[in-house]
Write a protein that binds this ligand. Structure first.
Ligand SMILES: [Zn+2]
Length: 444
């Protein structure tokens, strides 16, 4: 049972207030929402047209609040049906489509899981894919540690103008004495051997636990020497903290991620944190604290710091911490469903946003990679987004909808595609410049 189920008071007041609250969104679902547990009633209806508070003038804009947990909860007694999510309908709209092949500029993908780069053949296969789609360079987040990393780095020497390998953080053994110094020493060894940064997965915040069963958060003092080591070598920390907001809500038909196709099978609660995880607020707070404590460490926050659900929060995060950059992988489904809004946002924060896909060698060029180019470069409308997850019948599990393109201006596109990334990876600059020159030559 979720621990906030104790707060059963003023349920109706909270739900009513949620429908009329102003844009100052309470950060925590927990604070807003007593859970539905133990009540016999059906979950309250979410107003289709939320009413602005009286203080908002006619014609002015406001931001409706997030649904509270109760509004998303399924009715009492509801069970997962165990049925497949239907396929996406095929659109009958005949709209113009830009013929997209390669990225407009050689992009640097800051978020790739290029597992198994331990042979020449593996590298060659990856480079062929990159050439096909016009990818200038990638960051491989799956370098690993120890002997595995050494092998990846050794095989990667001839390809180091296209592939930047990162050491992969691991919290294994974190509860043992001396862990911090031991892991920091491994980082130092990796940086000296050619690793160009470090990847941290969401195991921090949502996976690794203290002996007492509580989750280890990113501001844990045992991690201070780790973040400091990255700063000492001026290497970026590519960090995935928290998760999609829908995963902190109850599973049920009103949860966007459920509708998209997740958790339909009986008993499936994969990566849903409603019952047993920390709240998103706890993880977000630890993220801010980590940035505050380590101003000299370069943090690249994966997936727009998972704050794409609340652009005001994302803006305030970027405004507060100059050492925070963000990367857009696995958010294209959300950017592309509000393309006019996000176009303005990305133009405003054009110096802080990096390109990323969360892709791997197995992802298809047309199904996965090129939709990224279409989404960022064109004003094409209503096309499939690059799905990170697909249900058995092919519906995109992170968003059962189509998107439209942001049509970013070239100057902004260049920053997001490679210029911002090169601040963190100066060793890749010559390569990208060579590729730009080759393209200019080819166009002549
Ligand atoms: Zn990833």
């Amino acid at each position: 049972m979720p621990r906030w189920s104790l707060h059963l008071t003023s349920l109706v007041v909270v739900a009513a207030a949620a429908a009329t609250a102003v844009s100052s969104l309470p950060g925590s679902l927990l604070a807003q929402a007593p859970a539905a547990q133990g009540r016999a009633k059906a979950a309250p209806d979410v107003p289709i047209e939320p009413k602005a508070p009286a203080s908002v003038k006619e014609g002015a804009t406001w931001v409706p609040p997030l649904p509270v947990l109760d509004q998303v909860a399924p009715p009492q007694g509801w069970q997962q049906p165990g049925e497949e999510t239907p396929a996406m309908p095929l659109t009958l709209l005949r709209l113009p489509r830009t013929n997209i092949w390669r990225a407009k500029f050689p992009a640097l993908d800051f978020h790739v899981h290029a597992r198994g780069l331990t042979s020449k053949a593996a590298y060659d296969e990856l480079i062929a894919l990159m050439d096909d789609i016009g990818m200038g360079a990638i960051v491989n987040l799956n370098g690993g540690t120890g002997a595995e990393l050494d092998k990846v780095l050794a095989e990667g020497v001839p390809y180091k103008d296209r592939v930047a390998n990162f050491i992969t953080f691991s919290a294994d053994g974190i509860n043992e004495p001396g862990w911090s110094q031991k892991f920091a020493a491994e980082m130092e060894r990796a940086f000296k051997a050619g690793a160009q940064g470090m990847k941290v997965s969401k195991q921090l915040g949502l996976g690794a636990k203290n002996p007492d069963g509580s989750f280890i958060q990113a501001d844990d003092p045992r991690l201070d020497p780790v973040w400091d080591m990255a700063a000492r070598y001026d290497k970026p920390v590519m960090i995935h903290l928290s998760d999609s907001i829908g995963r902190f809500y109850p599973i049920g038909p009103k949860n966007e991620r459920y509708e998209a196709g997740l958790w339909h099978q009986k008993g499936d609660e994969t990566n849903n944190y409603f019952k047993s995880g920390p709240s998103n607020d706890v993880i977000e707070k630890a993220r801010r604290e980590m940035h505050r404590k380590h101003p000299k460490t370069r943090f690249v926050n994966a997936h727009l710091a998972m704050l794409y659900y609340d652009p005001e929060k994302l803006a305030s995060f970027l405004d507060t911490y100059p050492n925070a950059d963000v990367e857009i992988s696995a958010t294209v489904q959300d950017l592309g469903r509000a393309p006019r809004f996000w176009r303005e946002f990305l133009i405003k924060y054009q110096d802080r946003v990096l390109f990323g896909t969360d892709g791997s060698q197995s992802r298809g060029a047309d199904e996965f990679w090129r939709p990224h180019w279409r989404a960022l470069e064109t004003l094409d409308e209503y096309f499939p987004h690059p799905a990170q997850v697909r249900t058995p019948l092919g519906s995109p599990g992170h968003g059962r909808w189509q998107i439209s393109g942001l049509g970013l201006p070239d100057a902004v596109l260049r920053k997001i595609y490679y210029q911002n990334a090169l601040r963190h990876l100066p060793a890749m600059r010559a390569s990208i410049e060579r590729q730009l020159a080759a393209r200019a030559e080819g166009a002549r």
